[in-house]
Design a protein around this ligand. Structure first.
Ligand code: ADP
Ligand code: AMP
Length: 216
């Protein structure tokens, strides 16, 4: 059992690797981005509050995402949690530390997925996902085997994200460098940081992550 944070800019491959860890290790992915998108799709009060902020590529408030994570952590996870897209600010990182301590758990690893901005544009603009099971695809590097049909569950509900365009990506990257990248130093100082090459092939990245978790 391990609790791990996947840290990296939008398009680094966090969701792709989180899904793998769910399949291979029985871990549970906690993606605040997915939780917020679900709230928007359902048209809840929360969804209405965050819709414009997310469309612009800015971060929603710490209180909102900390509340979402706190709620989901109550259900527990035998294989441990994969934090994907959370924490994204120092305040969120402190809150996660407190939440884990309060529930008698620890953070086993923080994995920085290193990529470069040029690759991110190509990854983000080619990304599509299955609206049914959440499988992540790419027009060039990871298309579905049969066009229009999800390999994992057979659904034809394949979607592109409204914020996956070059213009919004600029804001999302700026938010990452300003507010999230300081977490690299934060976890390094705590001795919890490991880095993997996020530009490598998906299988190679998965192996590198597995090796960090096996040592944790
Ligand atoms: P994140 O969750 O960090 O925003 P995703 O996992 O959604 O990133 O990946 C972004 C896009 O890049 C997706 O289209 C995915 O298929 C593709 N991708 C992910 N990892 C790799 C990789 N190692 N090599 C090439 N493409 C990748
Ligand atoms: P993601 O799916 O992780 O790329 O997140 C999509 C969008 O949701 C981000 O651009 C933010 O607007 C919002 N979001 C997701 N997670 C967080 C977080 N931890 N803190 C603040 N905003 C978040």
């Amino acid at each position: 059992m391990a609790n791990v944070i996947l840290l990296g800019p939008p398009g680094a491959g966090k969701g792709t690797q989180a899904k793998r860890l769910e399949q291979t290790r029985g871990m549970v992915q906690l993606s605040t981005g997915d939780m917020l998108k679900e709230a928007i799709a359902k048209g809840t009060e929360l969804g209405k509050r965050v819709e414009g902020i997310m469309a612009r590529g800015e971060l929603v408030t710490d209180e909102i995402v900390i509340g979402l994570i706190e709620d989901k952590m109550k259900t527990g996870a035998k294989g441990g949690f994969i934090f994907d897209g959370f924490p994204r600010t120092l305040k969120q990182a402190d809150a996660l530390g407190e939440l884990l301590a309060r529930t008698g758990q620890r953070l086993d690893a923080v994995i920085e997925m290193q990529v470069d901005d040029a690759a991110l544009v190509a990854r983000i603009t080619g990304r599509f996902t299955c609206g049914n099971c959440g499988a992540v695809y790419h027009d060039v590097t990871h298309p579905t085997k049969v066009a229009g049909i999800c390999d994992a569950c057979g659904s034809t509900n394949l979607k592109r994200r409204a914020d996956d365009n070059e213009e919004t990506l600029k804001t999302r990257l700026m938010e990452y460098y300003k507010k999230t990248s300081p977490l690299i130093g934060y976890y390094y100082a705590k001795g919890q940081l490991s880095a993997v090459d996020g530009l490598a092939d998906v299988d190679v990245v998965a192996e590198a992550i597995a090796s960090v978790l096996d040592k944790a």
